[in-house]
Design a protein around this ligand. Structure first.
Ligand code: PLP
Length: 311
């Protein structure tokens, strides 16, 4: 249903930092969400679902990806949206989601819960960030893809992979996949939400369930996880100074970052790169936003309850 390409690795000199260019996984929208959705939509289709329901912050990349790929595959797509700090990037993602035909239900206050609960009726529910076991399995396969690149001599086996961690499916799937492939690489989970124990607990829970599903050793899986809560700043969606510095450095090397996720994870990758053997897993799309915004409502035309989610 979704055609994805294997993604290349690139080396940033003079740091010796490697980058897994997940931004190039699909020409319309890259990043870490298409791999998860490919598996999730296949499952929803197999089960005979026709309407998807998911959740996220107003500027959620997962909600946008679900709207885009879900609608292309012929599903109705509903999403419960939560408030998030206002940035230009968050506003374009929200407008694009609306333009891609998501039926958005703003959850600015508990009063809106009854309407939200009605949306569950008859819908195939996709958890926050697409981080179900099914979603994580996509990153077990991505670890195999990395292993193949190492075997072909495209990069040395990394000592660690640095990845932004929200709902945890990307890091969890990678850890299981690395354990399964027998690669010694560890996954450094960079928290982008507060309190940082929440994303780390999500990774642990999902990694253990995914390892269980595949019969991969739990000890070998958990051994591969490292948790880094140093870059979160004030919390989800709040830009940080360190993130802004990392963003300028990345731009000089042709990589575009966002303030919510990748500015924070890239800052950690830069710091850890001094130790050598670091692969930064680039989870953001680099596909142009304009086509996704084509025909999308302008800020003024957005439902005021949706617009009010960006505060
Ligand atoms: C969703 C997202 C993440 C977090 O991935 P999880 O699998 O939810 O932990 C990281 N970076 C970007 C750009 C994202 O959109």
């Amino acid at each position: 249903m979704i055609e994805l390409s294997p993604t290349p690795v690139q080396r940033i000199d003079p740091l010796g930092l490697w980058v897994k260019r997940e931004d190039l996984v699909h020409p319309r929208m890259g990043g870490n969400k298409p791999r998860k959705l490919q598996k999730i939509l296949e499952e929803a289709r197999r089960q005979g679902a026709s309407c998807l329901l998911t959740f996220g912050a107003a500027g959620s990349h997962h909600v946008l990806a679900t709207a885009l790929f879900g609608r292309l595959a012929g599903f109705r797509v509903r999403a419960l949206l939560f408030p998030q700090p206002r940035t230009g990037h968050a506003l374009s993602v929200l407008r694009a989601s609306a333009g891609q035909g998501v039926e958005a239900i703003p959850l600015g206050s508990p009063r809106q819960l009854p309407r939200a609960l009605a949306a569950f009726r008859g819908a195939w529910v996709i958890p926050v960030g697409g981080s179900s076991v099914t979603g994580a399995l996509a990153f077990v396969e991505a670890a195999a893809e990395l292993r193949a690149a190492v075997d072909r001599g495209e990069l040395p086996a990394p000592r660690e992979i640095v990845v932004a961690t929200g709902s945890g499916g990307t890091a969890a799937g990678l850890a299981v996949g690395l354990a399964r492939e027998g690669l010694p690489t560890r996954v450094v989970c960079v928290a982008v939400t507060r309190p940082v124990a929440v994303p780390f607990a999500s990774v642990l829970a999902l990694a253990s369930r995914t390892a269980w599903r595949l019969g991969v050793s739990l000890r070998k899986t958990l051994d591969r996880l490292v948790f880094d809560g140093s870059a979160v700043g004030e919390g989800y969606g709040h830009p940080t100074f360190r993130g802004e510095e990392a963003t300028r450095f990345a731009a000089a090397h042709g990589l575009l970052l966002d303030p919510t996720y990748t500015a924070k994870s890239f800052a950690v990758a830069l710091e850890r790169a001094r130790g050598g053997g670091v692969l930064y897993w680039h989870t953001l799309s680099s596909a142009p936003m304009e086509p996704l915004l084509d025909g999308a409502p302008g800020e003024e035309q957005l439902d005021p309850a949706l617009r009010a989610l960006l505060r």
